[in-house]
Write a protein that binds this ligand. Structure first.
Ligand code: MTE
Length: 313
């Protein structure tokens, strides 16, 4: 049963909304896909901001070893989302052009029950998971994500015995995503997992964070959250999922295969060709800390038994 519980992190609107954004209500509403509707009726503006932004969350789990949660402002203003710019601060400024409603996700390929799901259907039975995240660029964050296990979602489509991998695709719309008019990456952004990785209980699909819907810059309305892998595996604004027999091409592996592998497990033993992966900087902290194998999620190790993780990086 779904229960409405107060957020773990009691926040005022001014706490959860980046200052620059809550000062500029028009842009904040646009980020929620509400600008037209809410601004047309000024008296409704406040209610319209609050109601759709909050999410009803059921179970909550702490999977970050009790580490302090990174503050919302940092997580929502220091982003990688190349469709909206390559600078860390750019997506928070520019991703308001993304329209997150209506939104559907197509699921196809090696499965008995392919189909298209409306995002609204995915906003019930939500859980919160506090996960560590580590970017390949050696910074990390701790975030209370809101969503549901990826396995629960994938099972609905009844993958066949030929489904050995799962491929994910981000929206590609140059009108909404300014940088996709450039050749910075090979669009649309693509990612993939082996099916057993995708079915692991830690693999998660997020629709929110900090008890609220995802801001566009963090991957609204639906993103992958794979805490034991480098952040680039956590693909944002997903529109298509495909079960495949062969390992799918992924964006970063296609762009720079020597630097970014298909597996991309957080592994301090395997340096990026241009920098070490031994240490990381938790955003908001001064001193670097050691990076942990699988980002501190040893429960996934069994997925890689017998694999040479220097070769399959
Ligand atoms: N998804 C898309 N579509 N485009 C991107 O550029 N960047 C990835 C990943 N997902 C990216 C993406 C990278 S490199 C990281 S580190 C994470 O998103 C960052 O997620 P965050 O901004 O929520 O911290």
């Amino acid at each position: 049963m779904l229960i409405r519980v107060p957020p773990l992190h009691p926040l005022r609107e001014s706490d959860v909304t980046p200052e620059a954004v809550y000062r500029d209500r028009r842009r904040f509403l646009a980020g929620l896909g509400l600008a037209g509707a809410a601004l047309a009726v000024p008296g409704l503006a406040r209610a319209a901001v609050r109601q759709p932004a909050e999410l009803a969350v059921g179970n909550r789990s702490e999977l970050a070893g009790g580490e302090a949660v990174t503050d919302y402002e940092t997580v929502s203003t220091y982003n990688n989302y190349y469709e909206f710019g390559t600078g860390k601060g750019e997506p928070a400024r520019t991703a308001h052009t993304l329209r997150t409603r209506p939104w559907t996700v197509r699921v196809e390929g090696e499965c008995a029950a392919p189909g298209t799901v409306d995002i609204e259907e995915l906003l019930t039975g939500l859980e919160e998971r506090i996960y560590r995240h580590r970017c390949v660029e050696a910074w990390s964050i701790v975030v209370p994500w809101v969503g549901f296990p990826l396995s629960r979602f994938l099972q609905r489509f009844r993958p066949t015995g030929n489904a050995r991998y799962v491929a994910f695709e981000t929206l590609y719309d140059p009108e909404q995503m300014p940088l996709t008019r450039s050749g910075v990456l090979d669009w649309p952004y693509r990612e993939g997992l082996r099916i057993d990785e995708a079915m692991h209980p830690l693999a998660f699909l997020s629709v929110g964070m900090y008890g609220r819907v995802l801001p566009n810059q963090n991957g609204a309305p639906l993103r992958l959250t794979i805490p034991w892998k480098y952040g680039f595996k956590s693909i944002k604004s997903i529109v298509a999922i495909r079960f495949t027999e062969r390992q799918p091409a992924t964006t970063w592996q296609t762009m720079a295969p020597r630097e970014y592998g298909f597996y991309a497990n957080v592994n301090p033993e395997v340096d990026h060709p241009r920098w070490s992966q031994r240490r990381e900087r938790r955003l908001g902290e001064l001193w670097k800390r050691d990076t942990l194998m699988f980002n501190g999620y040893p429960e996934v190790a069994a997925l890689y038994t017998g694999m040479d993780l220097k070769r399959y990086y």
